[in-house]
Write a protein that binds this ligand. Structure first.
Ligand SMILES: Nc1ncnc2c1ncn2[C@@H]1O[C@H](COP(=O)(O)OP(=O)(O)O)[C@@H](O)[C@H]1O
Ligand code: SF4
Ligand SMILES: [Mg+2]
Length: 330
């Protein structure tokens, strides 16, 4: 990726690594490379979708960007500033937040809706009077389509979809610019997923938000994302405009993910290349040498075991990490 900073970028991630030390026996530990040398940017006002199978490192990317985990190495730049010093992290925390995957475990069931939503305001001293606090809570509830009568009720009284709305209102409390949405609809009934995604879309318009929108399913991010990044075993393997990822993915892993997505028009389905994977995803504790995808890739050759392919811009705005793009897409 180019080193010259683009003014339109709100977030710039450079060579981010997050290794966890895990015990593998008596007094023995090993680094688990949850995120391994990932670089990308997010433009102001855009939604970058981040997809990949469970365990590939999506949540860790999100949490590390927000400095909920200290990065093992690499840089996080926000609005042109390096987020590293305690002061820069403190400032950044007011501008960037997260919406969590599970609305059941992320909200305290014994707190009222009003106190849950106001907690970040309390922490950051963001009001002067009780009335101001109440008015802000009501405004936030309105943003997410919750009735003001719900304010004094308890989180456990609500359905999954409504709880997720409470969680979103809470995330909006500090008036953030950037939100990491970590599979915010995965735990919800399919029937309400679309409603909640549309709400994210409307909030983005209204409040000028920028999203990193994580999902394990390409269908979920299709409509909300401007661009989509695909991860596999701690690495980013492809990044392009959402439409390009859907219509002309180049990495065999992205092609395989897309093969699993049902296509309504059978003519398009036939035109799409299909890649069926062998075996299971390896453990990140024993990641293959070279290209991490090689144990499942139908196109793997000897050199795939020797070196990790570079994440290269193969056409404008389209990045792919594969040694044999020509063969895959012949
Ligand atoms: N705090 C942690 N300590 C040790 N390993 C972790 C921790 N968090 C995540 N992992 C491991 O890192 C890998 C990536 O996890 P995660 O980021 O949660 O993936 P995803 O969100 O894509 O499902 C997994 O192998 C997971 O077990
Ligand atoms: S580098 Fe080799 S193993 Fe990796 S995706 Fe490309 S062809 Fe497959
Ligand atoms: Mg996750």
């Amino acid at each position: 990726m180019s080193d010259v900073r683009n003014e339109n970028n709100l977030v710039d991630i450079k060579n981010l690594k997050q290794y966890f030390n895990v015990n593998v026996g008596f007094f023995k530990s090993k680094p688990l490379k949850a995120v391994d040398d990932v670089s990308f940017s997010i433009k102001r006002g855009e939604t970058l979708g981040l997809v990949g199978e469970s365990g590939c490192g999506k949540t860790t990317v999100g949490r590390t960007i927000l400095n909920l985990y200290k990065p093992t190495s690499g840089e996080i730049w926000y609005d042109g500033k390096l987020i590293k010093s305690p002061e820069s992290i403190k400032e950044f925390r007011k501008k960037a937040t997260m919406v969590f995957q599970d609305p059941y475990s992320s909200l305290n069931p014994r707190m009222t809706v009003s106190d849950i939503i106001a907690e970040p305001l309390d922490i950051h001293n963001m009001y002067k009077t009780k009335e101001e606090r109440r008015d802000r809570v009501l405004q936030l509830m309105e943003y997410v389509g919750l009735n003001s009568e719900h304010a004094s009720r308890y989180a456990h009284e609500f359905s999954g979809g409504q709880r997720q709305r409470i969680g979103i209102a809470r995330s909006l409390a500090v008036n953030p610019e950037f939100i990491v949405c970590d599979e915010p609809v995965s735990a919800l009934d399919v029937s309400i997923q679309a409603q909640v995604i549309n709400m994210f879309d409307e909030l983005q318009e209204k409040l000028g938000l920028t999203y990193l929108f994580i999902a394990h399913d390409l269908l979920v991010v299709r409509h909300i994302s401007d661009r989509i990044a695909v991860m596999y075993l701690g690495k980013m393997v492809e990044l392009a405009d959402a439409e390009t990822i859907y219509n002309r993915p180049l990495h065999p892993y992205s092609i395989s993910l897309l093969s699993a997505v049902p296509v309504p028009d059978p003519k398009i389905a036939r035109a799409n290349k299909r890649v069926v994977l062998k075996g299971d995803i390896p453990s990140p504790l024993n990641a293959p040498s070279g290209c991490p995808f090689r144990t499942r890739c139908p196109y793997a050759k000897e050199d795939c075991a020797l070196s990790m392919p570079q994440f290269k811009e193969v056409e404008k705005g389209h990045f792919v990490a594969c040694h044999h793009i020509e063969d895959v897409n012949a």
